[in-house]
Design a protein around this ligand. Structure first.
Ligand code: 13P
Ligand code: ZN
Length: 274
């Protein structure tokens, strides 16, 4: 059996959480990641028949939700209450590898101090189901609290079309990176099945979903793709926050956005451009 700490998926979780912390997206225990793993790859590092303990499907205090399409699937997931800044130094305490089963989440590795999966597990697993139905290659769901995007939530209208359009104007690459735009949920209680259902519904159409005055969810095939989506939105929000109080003299026009979409062959959300 190979050393699990050298597994590429553990390394990726360590590097990504460290980067997210360094960028200020994940203060204290803010943020969570779930990453769908390949069973054969996991078997090189773990005896996947050995279950350490079974955890409930739970958010903050609600239990159980519809999980059938994910039965048997294995994920690596950040632990609830764990700090992203600490993952790299102690992955076995801050991360867990779990298999989705009928009775609960079977812990195969990690949460060494008796911990459990993120309180946003309902939203994560529901988003995985939504994205897998659209794209069988989807593997990553990432949630965090990016500073500039959060600041923008307080001063920009929380309208999906208007906010997406503003973000597209804030950087030439934006429309190419997220041509499907950004979905928005109003402020809601986090860690609940209700916010999970609402987020997953948005994920039918968007790979990025803002939780108003809280943070963002991103979905993608790889850790890099998902990180890059959030990074690009956050950079656009930063440009917005650096310029929103100043007179705007120049901008990227709708014509420019259409040209970009055509050149890079991306399916841009048409109802946003005039
Ligand atoms: P967890 O510590 O349970 O992952 O929660 C962090 C968070 O960002 C809640 O939305
Ligand atoms: Zn959060």
């Amino acid at each position: 059996m190979k050393d699990i700490l050298t597994a590429p998926f553990v390394q990726e979780m360590c590097k990504t959480t460290a980067n997210m912390y360094r960028l200020g997206w994940d203060e204290r225990n803010g943020g969570n990641i779930s990453y769908l793993l390949d069973e054969n790859e996991v078997s090189e590092y773990l005896d996947i028949k050995k279950v350490i303990r079974t955890l409930p499907y739970a958010g903050v205090n609600e239990m159980n939700f519809y999980i059938t399409p994910l039965l048997g699937k294995i994920f690596i997931v950040t632990g609830t209450g764990k700090y992203f800044k600490n993952v790299q130094d102690d992955p076995e305490t801050n991360l867990g590898i779990v298999r989705i089963a009928e009775k609960g989440v079977e812990l195969l590795w990690g949460y060494k101090d008796g911990g459990r999966t993120t309180s946003e597990l309902p939203a994560h697993l529901m988003c995985h189901m939504a994205r897998l139905a659209i794209d069988a290659e989807n593997r990553v769901i990432m949630h965090c609290h990016p500073t500039n995007l959060l600041a923008m939530n307080y001063v920009h209208e929380l309208d999906e079309k208007k906010l997406t359009h503003t973000l597209w104007e804030m950087g030439t690459e934006c429309v190419v990176v997220f041509p499907d735009g950004v979905g928005i949920l109003p402020w809601m209680l986090c860690g609940t099945n209700t916010i999970g259902v609402a987020t997953a519904k948005k994920m039918d159409n968007y790979r990025l979903v803002i939780w108003a005055m809280h943070g963002i969810y991103g979905a993608g095939k790889t850790m890099d793709e998902t990180f890059g989506l959030i990074e690009t939105v956050e950079k656009a929000a930063q440009i917005y926050m650096l310029t929103a109080h100043l007179p705007r003299i120049n901008t990227i026009t709708d014509e420019n956005l259409k040209e970009l979409a055509e050149l890079f062959k991306v399916e841009v959300r048409k109802d946003i451009l005039s």
